[in-house]
Design a protein around this ligand. Structure first.
Ligand code: ADP
Length: 450
């Protein structure tokens, strides 16, 4: 096991990683920007290194500075968390050049999944089911449109370099196609500097069901069940749960095996998530693979009893996976609600300010809070305005959901506007309780939630 690791991240995920490292007796190095001088992750770590001004482009995104900090402190490995450098192949390569272990997959796997169309080509060859569509190299508008016409509308245009729901556009008819393509390309170019597009059949009532996979470098691979992340706003997850409701053992095993096949097709190692769309008829289709620890990983930890960060560290250090597929047992039901500083009444505009009051539900075996802030801290303009992840567990979905609404009602935050009432309304709404959920849930139930 490593003696010392550096965490190339901030906020809740940096704190989350430090907790596990501490438990394992591994020393930690934090990095921080101007805005984070007094941040919780800096206080929790054994050492902290300043890496630059507040904007992430001048600090957390600078691989060279992060690596220099690791060298200076003698850290043997770097955990990138999620976001920032976590899926940056150049950074992963630069770590290797300095003999620092990147706690994540091999660089080839990051590259293979970096483009949605390249990923689809690989999965097609590995016989993983794909949403019908076109993801070819010929980018002429006529070819893309022909593919859309042949499939029939609605279709979904996606930037192959896309992420975070950007560069995506639904097109409902042939007449709208030209305009939709132009708009999607514009957004893709400005967000990713690349306007290569693919087109897919747009499923109107799918669920987003993703499988947590883990591979070691001794040929072992397992899946740690699934998460349902269908409740989304602008293609961003709002509440996640595990397991997905209504999953038969048979479907779970089929999706799990497909996910392992996807991971093995790219020589995967470490923690990864294979995202699928699950259609009403039980068909499922590969969407993409995220080559990092996901924001929503805690719900998987709650139902599996495993510490995924510990697994990451063990695998990165060359150990075997801690459990075999047969040894993994799914127990109970978990939800995660993402508590954000944002204003639901004003188009979810990010909110900033000082957390003058931060009163949280009491943590227990049923309630877990992953956060990077304390009362008195500032939510700044520089980073993602997530305040905390509230995670609850109980034996059944019904009981866990009661825990969720109770915990949400116990939260008190003053000083910044939050989405807590919005989350509460969502969690207590009839269709959510009754599992009448697909990816259009928020749009469809607007009047119940707002
Ligand atoms: P991003 O990488 O930008 O997050 P994804 O490809 O992961 O984009 O898709 C994000 C979300 O968009 C999915 O969770 C799902 O809700 C929706 N989505 C993606 N593809 C389709 C599709 N073919 N039909 C319907 N919805 C889709």
């Amino acid at each position: 096991m490593f003696n010392k690791i550096l965490i190339a991240n901030r906020g809740e995920i940096a704190c989350r990683i430090i907790k596990t490292a501490k438990k394992m007796g591994v020393l930690t190095v934090a990095v921080y920007s101007d805005a984070d001088k007094e941040s919780l992750h800096v206080h929790m770590a054994d050492e902290a290194i300043y890496i630059g001004p507040s904007p992430s482009r001048e600090s957390y995104l600078l691989g060279d500075k992060v690596i220099a900090a690791a060298i200076k402190t003698g850290a043997q490995a770097i955990h990138p968390g999620y976001g920032f450098l976590s899926e940056n192949a150049d950074f992963c390569r630069a770590c290797a050049e300095q003999n620092i272990t990147f706690i994540g997959p091999p660089v080839g796997a990051i590259e293979a999944m970096g483009s949605k169309s390249a990923a689809k080509n690989i999965m097609e060859k590995a016989n993983v089911p794909l949403v019908p569509g076109y993801h070819g190299d010929d980018q002429s508008s006529a070819i893309i449109k022909q593919a859309a016409d042949d499939m029939g509308y609605p279709v979904l245009l996606k930037a192959t370099a896309g992420g975070g729901g950007k560069g995506m556009r639904q097109v409902w008819s042939e007449e709208e196609f030209a305009e939709g393509l132009a708009a999607a390309k514009r957004e893709a170019m400005s967000s990713f500097g690349d306007d290569t597009m693919l087109v897919e059949k747009y499923l109107t009532q799918p669920r987003h069901v993703e499988i947590q996979v883990f591979c070691d470098n001794h040929q072992n691979a397992v899946y740690l069940f699934e998460r349902d992340c269908s409740v989304q706003r602008r293609h961003q997850k709002v509440i996640e749960e595990a397991p997905a409701f209504g999953m038969s053992e048979e479907l779970r095993a089929k999706m799990g095996e497909s996910a392992i096949k996807s991971a093995q097709a790219i020589g995967y190692q470490g923690a990864g998530t294979v995202e699928f769309l699950l259609d009403v008829d039980g068909s499922f289709y590969f969407m993409e693979m995220n080559t990092r620890l996901q924001v929503e990983h805690p719900v998987t930890e709650m139902i599996s009893g495993q510490d995924l960060v510990e697994w990451q560290l063990r695998v990165a250090a060359g150990e075997m996976l801690p459990k075999t597929q047969q040894q993994l047992v799914l127990n109970g039901h978990a939800f995660e609600a993402r508590i954000y500083a944002e204003d639901p009444d004003n188009d979810f505009l990010p909110a900033t300010g000082k957390l003058s009051l931060l009163q949280t539900p009491i943590e227990s075996e049923h309630v877990r809070i992953d956060t990077g802030v304390r009362q008195g801290d500032e939510v700044s303009v520089f980073y993602d305005p997530m305040i905390a992840k509230l995670i609850v567990w109980d034996e059944s979905r019904e009981k866990a959901l009661k825990r969720l609404s109770k915990a949400l009602s116990e939260y008190r935050i003053n000083g910044v506007t939050t989405n807590i009432d919005f989350l509460y309304n969502l969690a207590t709404s009839k269709p959510f309780i009754e599992e009448d959920i697909d990816t259009s849930f928020i749009e469809k139930n607007n009047d119940l939630i707002f």
